[in-house]
Ligand binder design. Sequence first.
Ligand code: GAL
Ligand code: ZN
Length: 640
Amino acid sequence: MTFPFEGIALGCDYNPEQWPRAVWREDVRLMQEAGVGFVTLGVFSWALLEPRPGEFDFGWFDEVVGLLAEGGIAIDMATATAAPPPWLTAAHPEILPVDHAGHTLWPGSRQSWCPSSPVFREHALALVEQMARRYGSHPAVRLWHVSNELGCHNGRCWCDVSAAAFRRWLTGRYGDVEKLNEAWGTAFWSQHYTTFDEVLPPRITPAVPNPTHQLDFARFSSDALLDYHRAERDVLRRHSTVPVTTNFMISAHQSEQDYFVWAPECDVVSQDHYLDHRLPHPHAEQAFADDLTRGVAGGSWLLMESATSAVNWQPVNVAKRPGELLVDALRHVARGADGVGFFQWRASRAGGEKFHSALVPHAGPDSARFREVTALGAALKAVGEVAGAPVAADVALLWDWNAWWACDLDSHPSSELRYVDAPHRWHRALTELGATVDVVHPSADLSSYRLVVVPTLYLCSDELATALAGKHVLVTYFSGIVDEQDHVRLGGYPGAFRDLLGVRVEEFAPLRSPVTLDDGSGADLWSEVLTTGAEVVASHVDETPAVTRKGDAWYVATRLDEAATAALARRVAEAAGVRLADGARPGVEVVRRGRYLFVLNRSDAPAEVAASGTDLLTGEAHNGKVTVGSGSVAVVREGT
Ligand code: GAL
Ligand code: ZN
């Protein structure tokens, strides 16, 4: 993957159409002052670039492009198709998305378009064609940005157009409707289909909808938008050799795109990340999302968007304290980002996002926030040589969007079991110990890892158990239960991993309240009626095994609390010979990226870490030890 920007660039979304011309020059001057290396331009410009059908107004846009180019600011050029203009939805209401209950999602916000609509696609591609012809060889344009966060609000659509597209997708997948009947288990509840024509998207039903129908609809929906991405990309490629990206949304709340399938369709993998203060450990989730983005990209990636402070879409929008911006930005860099972008340049005066933070806040450039942004620009320049350095991990944690879709369907043993919980929990425990974790697809080459973690991988292939044989592996509850069609593996749970782990489970017994295991560990959520010939590491009070070990294969048949998860993570990591970075602890992250050691200290006390070399941020030489103050960060080039 060749990166379009120099070093580790600072970037941001730029929406000049929200401001009078006079502001544009000041913008470029302030961007230079802040060290902005790239801007994403034109994401929501459609209505002003094509004010009437087929009538384009590029004058004002050319002016902005010219000012940026003159100012030496590189452009990540959006195709401008994310939000259709009102004239389009008024003339073609059939492009509007429809929810599972049949409600139309009306215009008035953004992304009100159906992913499968040929009418939308025709109009959007006509605009992409104009953009590609006009800017495809402009020297300032270094990256193409397809649409924006594809699927952010319209990831799934249940309209009649989508229904027809779903049927075509199913015909391609199964060929014969009897194969669909077999895969969906339609012998159940009189659901047998005689032709593909009878199939609808999984719209609202009186009772439990067919699970494989829902799973296939999730797959179809991811594919439908990916197909749309390809269509835009192919137009761009016809007119331009500039690399193409589209910004992903890897987060705890956005499950609809299978980015392992999407990534190979992008020249550069880019990702948006916002700290989510609704979660118990927002920074740990950031680290997880970064490690997963690296897994998806297979190496370096670009952080396209993040926030300099608060967002506007959480119930309470937490502002960053002084210093947090730098630490949070460098966390992305430590975990493989080769550029740090933000939404957006200037905080809007009007519109739904006016209380979202920006590089230039409402207070203006004479503000602590803008001074921190400028300091960040300088810091990213100082760490520029890190770009391209690989992150070396001893631990692989397996992740699969298909498993997420299937695991979180209804009518399971406990609605409180959610897919993302165990991956986040084990990732956090391991990173707090100082392990570096790659989050990868179950089909990834696992040969170089010392330990493989398999958290609640409810759905998986038959081959996975073979790939794991002989490795140090830790599997948690509700893994290996079903095949890719969501059919249960018979003979006892955990189906795929019964032999690997040497356990057999006859029933699940979800817990309604927390329990204490015989070794004092706290646990909750889940237990299993489990028998084993393997070593029992911990049991429930009635002596049912809760944690077992068959050689190097560990099984955790309950949800351990944080302390017990941390203790077991240490035991398993040590047994597997996983290298644990010196000085790591809760609140202190230590990550090695190539020859660079990142120490990020969010704890209340100074952190001391063994290191020799030069701190890229301060220029200081360290001989054997680096001390990083509370709320601060060091990036040490190790060696002399
Ligand atoms: C992203 C989106 C941006 C902006 C941002 C606010 O989802 O791509 O356009 O809305 O969120 O946090
Ligand atoms: Zn639709």
